[in-house]
Design a protein. Structure first.
Length: 379
């Protein structure tokens, strides 16, 4: 019987050696060590033995179990290692190969400018926030102090979703239960102001870049364009903070000190007072340069952004106490910033997807904007 067992073990180990995959190993394990396996059958014979026999046979059978079990583990490890080696050998990537000449992608100027802005504002302690492009009219208008009958709503050339897509505020909400909200494509990034105040409370220092939509189309307007919203909410914030922030940002963005800003009193329902900001530019030898002034030919002002002190009513709509918290906000056209800085003159080309345009105006992925290296460095 003993030599029988020895033979069985020898046969098992030999089969194990010839097994090349994990499924084969598992089959052998079940056959030998499983509940119905032959070793268990042998174990059962212990019960019929005399105590003396059992004292000898018991440890021997245990020893057999250990030997087989260890051999199984060992073979399994060997096969797994071989499998890994095989994969590593086939999945090689030769990093010394040069990148192919074509097709070569490039970073779109809009993405590049957004990265530049994020870099500049991060340095001023601003974080980046986002909001949905499919917005409801409460966030896009009402909470921004534009009641349903407010004339400014009509000025936004809004793309509305059908009335049947309106959402009703569920009973689980803490406010405005049962109110119907019409869905639309956001007409500006300002609804992110509301979302941020509602969600984070104060103080706040953020920028919110993103796509916005208005039913409008010519050389300087496309139905979809990009804005970046800025919002600061804190105690004792005043117009001086706004002016300094805009000047600092535009100087860093255009990488020149001779930026001339023109602040004009303006009107937005969500800011009071409101300030519209133009930047001066000069055409030098057909090349745009900033810092020009006056209305001489080739000189001019580019309307760049709307801004102002956040209207107390807006702060209230967002659930904060306007006695305690004040702030400023601004909204900038990102595409316009790109046009002004990199010299394109037709906004529509931004979104045509023309390879030649993209190759000409696009940026290398290696051209990461940094404040030390220059936010607009071009390879
Ligand atoms: N949301 C305004 C627009 O799209 C811009 C703006 C933002 C004005 C923030 C004031 C404050 O025209």
């Amino acid at each position: 019987m003993t030599s029988d067992n020895e033979q069985k073990i020898a046969a098992t180990l030999e089969r194990l050696h010839g097994t090349q995959d994990l499924a084969g190993i598992e089959a052998i394990r079940v056959e030998a060590l499983g509940k119905q396996g032959w070793l268990n059958q042998l174990m059962k014979t212990l019960g019929k033995m005399s105590p003396e026999e059992r004292q000898v046979e018991g440890p021997r059978l245990q020893g057999m179990r250990t030997r087989i079990s260890e051999a199984l583990d060992e073979r399994k490890a060997t096969i797994e290692a071989a499998e890994l080696e095989r994969r590593l050998a086939t999945e090689v990537l030769d990093l010394t190969l040069p990148a192919p000449e074509a097709p070569a992608g490039s970073v779109h100027p809009v993405s590049q400018v957004m990265d530049e802005l994020a870099e500049i504002f991060a340095d001023l302690g601003f974080s980046v926030a986002t909001g949905p492009e499919i917005e409801d009219d409460w966030h896009n208008f009402t909470a921004l102090n534009m009641a349903e009958t407010h004339p400014a709503r009509a000025m936004h050339d809004t793309f509305y979703f059908p009335e049947s897509d309106a959402v009703t505020i569920p009973a689980s909400s803490s406010e405005a239960v049962g109110e119907k909200r019409r869905m639309l494509l956001r007409t500006h990034t300002s609804p992110v102001q509301i979302r941020a105040m509602v969600e984070q409370g104060a103080p706040i220092r953020l920028i919110a870049p993103g796509r916005v939509y208005r039913s409008d189309s010519d050389a300087t307007h496309t139905p979809m364009f990009h804005q970046i919203e800025g919002l600061v909410i804190d105690r004792d914030i005043h117009l001086g903070h706004l002016k300094w922030t805009l000047e600092t940002f535009l100087k860093a963005f255009f990488e020149r000190e001779d930026i001339v800003l023109r602040l004009r009193p303006s009107y937005f329902p969500f800011t009071e007072p409101s300030v519209e900001v133009d930047v001066g530019w000069r055409d030098v030898d057909g090349r745009r340069a900033l810092g020009g002034d006056g209305d001489a030919p080739g000189h001019g002002w580019m309307e760049l952004l709307g801004s102002g002190m956040v209207n107390a009513r807006v702060i209230e709509f967002a659930g904060l106490d306007p006695q305690e918290w004040q702030g400023f906000a601004f909204g900038v056209g990102v595409d316009r910033l790109a046009m002004l800085k990199y010299g394109m003159d037709d906004l529509r080309a931004f979104f045509d997807g023309d390879q030649r345009w993209l190759a000409h105006y696009g940026f290398s992925p290696f051209d990461q904007p940094t404040l030390s290296g220059g936010v607009g460095a071009r390879a």
